[in-house]
Design a binder for this molecule. Structure first.
Ligand code: ADP
Ligand code: 5SP
Length: 504
């Protein structure tokens, strides 16, 4: 039996899973790592935390499943987008990776957007507009603010590409990942020299780009010694985490839709041509399949809002209570809180918001705290606020003429049946979850299996390997949410100038 290894380098944790070629998950390990916030609005991670998390996961999987571990025939990988690693001439890390969450580049992005002709040039080349999300903005920040680092920078790798490099010694990226840099011509599937010139970033700092389902190298002897993997195992190029998650949920053709509640919140629609939003509200990126694109709405802090609440009010203690146990306790605690949380409304903008607002100044708000409000109300209001934000994004995507009939939903937040019900009532579209939850790694191993010749047809493989789980359908929604949703939208519009003023 062939065994495949999937690696999902998420924002909050790394998940590594062993799968049989028939899609059966043999075993899985995950390790959390921190996001450092050296200043409000900044967000960084230590790339060595990712690598060490990977080593730990591998060692544990090898100890738990020695036979399967020996039979690994290929490695598939995906990861958080945009976050970039700076390497010197000896491939040593020069500074912490700047995370996709980081908001320090608002004024840089604004500078490029101010001049309409430059804004148009960026849009023509990349199908997108400069914002704090994109690696090119972060790279500019390093160039402008840390000349001592910039001078020594010989290469820049996105998060999962750094892990691939540690595994194989090869520097490579894929089309979906390249979309998140603002240096990539999405429509023509190649780097854009015009963008490198505009941002004054030497193109040789960035690796070659190719499809997700090609082999870019094999596990080196050095990596084998550290991880316990066999030297010579082929490693696939891989894709972004939202691509792999959607792919592992079965999204392979035009107009299929996936919703993700991970750290970020995502609504992604597949198409066989780029669907561009000239009003700049949604994103258009390459998908993990050749000649396929995605139109996305992305919330900055979806699952992260609940994670923030947990970290702030139920921090890890000496008893070793796992995050999962605390989330399960939360799910239990809100069962008796009425829909609408007795008037409490949460704006989930803890770190600004991306689509459809592109507002780095926006911040989290609890509106309507009253004498009835208890801790459980805050928890439910967070789930409701995130769901309202996703509805806002769905409606924005639909305003481009895309009809969304139903969605497949994945990501850590959908482990919660109560959150799934809330989401169903708020978006009023049928939602189906996928069995096993770990769709990013399922997507990874399918792409990798294709790259090593194990699978020939994606359609057949998806049909055999992807199994749906629960479905909720609340076509009429609920009266209270229909009343609260316009208030949710109005609160942001009312507070927008105040957010700006507060940011100075
Ligand atoms: N049992 C649970 N109940 C409710 N929410 C959960 C549960 N487990 C995880 N989550 C949510 O999922 C988020 C993590 O999702 P995940 O897809 O693992 O994120 P990432 O890939 O970005 O690291 C957490 O921040 C939390 O909001
Ligand atoms: O924000 C985006 C893309 O812009 C996400 O795709 C990130 O890559 C983070 O993913 P998760 O950690 O939330 O899974």
């Amino acid at each position: 039996m062939n065994v495949l290894l999937g690696i999902d380098l998420g924002t909050t944790s790394l998940k590594v899973s062993l799968y049989s070629e028939t899609g059966l998950r043999i075993g899985s390990q995950s390790r959390e790592y921190p996001i450092q916030v050296p200043q409000p609005g900044f967000a960084e991670q230590d790339p060595l935390d990712w690598w060490n998390a990977f080593i730990n996961c591998c060692q544990q999987l090898k100890a738990d499943y020695p036979e399967a571990f020996e039979q690994i025939a290929g490695i598939g990988i995906c990861g958080q987008m945009h976050s970039q690693v700076y390497l010197d001439q000896h491939d040593q890390i020069l500074r912490p990776a700047i995370s996709w969450m980081d908001q320090r580049t608002a004024s840089i992005a604004e500078r490029y957007n101010r001049d309409a002709s430059i804004k148009d040039l960026i849009f023509e080349n990349t199908s997108n507009t400069a914002s704090t999300t994109y690696s090119a903005m972060h790279i500019r920040w390093v160039k402008e603010n840390q000349p001592e680092i910039w001078e020594k920078t010989e290469s820049i790798l996105i998060a999962k590409d750094y892990l691939k490099f540690r595994l194989t010694g090869q520097k490579a990226t894929d089309y979906s990942e390249a979309s998140g840099t603002l240096l990539f011509d999405n429509q023509r599937e190649k780097w854009s020299q015009e963008m490198f010139d505009l941002f004054e970033i030497p193109s040789q700092l960035i690796p070659e780009v190719s499809a997700s389902d090609v082999i870019i190298g094999t596990v080196s002897a050095e990596a084998a010694k550290i991880t316990g993997l066999r030297a010579g195992i082929p490693v696939a190029n891989g894709s972004t985490d939202n691509s792999a998650s959607a792919f592992g949920a079965g999204m392979i053709s035009s107009s299929q839709v996936t919703l993700i509640i991970g750290t970020a919140g995502v609504i992604t629609v597949c198409s066989d041509k780029p669907l561009i939003d000239h009003l700049d509200r949604t994103l258009c990126w390459h998908y993990c399949l050749p000649k396929h694109w995605v139109t996305l709405g992305i919330m900055q802090t979806a699952g992260e809002s609940l994670q923030w609440f947990k970290n702030s009010f139920d921090p890890p203690d000496e008893t070793g209570t796992e995050s999962g146990d605390i989330f399960n306790r939360y799910n239990e605690s809100i069962r008796n809180v009425p829909d609408g949380s007795d008037g409490l409304i949460f704006l989930p903008y803890l770190n600004g918001e991306r689509t459809p607002y592109w507002d780095s100044n926006a911040r989290g708000v609890f509106f309507g705290i009253n004498l009835k409000t208890e801790k459980s109300h805050f928890i439910k209001a967070i789930m409701e606020g995130v769901s309202f934000g996703l509805r806002n994004n769905i409606e924005t995507v639909e305003s481009l003429g895309i009809q969304i009939q139903d969605v497949r939903a994945v990501g850590g937040g959908l482990k919660s049946q109560v959150w799934l019900d809330i989401l169903g009532k708020i978006i009023r579209k049928p939602i189906t979850t996928i069995s096993g939850h770990d769709t990013a790694n399922l997507g990874n191993i399918i792409l990798c299996g294709k790259a090593i010749g194990l699978y020939t047809s994606y359609a057949e493989t998806i049909q055999q390997l992807v199994k749906t789980d629960r479905t909720v359908a609340y076509p009429d929604g609920s009266e209270i949410y229909e009343k609260q949703y316009p208030l949710f939208l109005e609160l942001y519009q009312d507070l927008k100038p105040t957010f700006k003023k507060a940011a100075g």
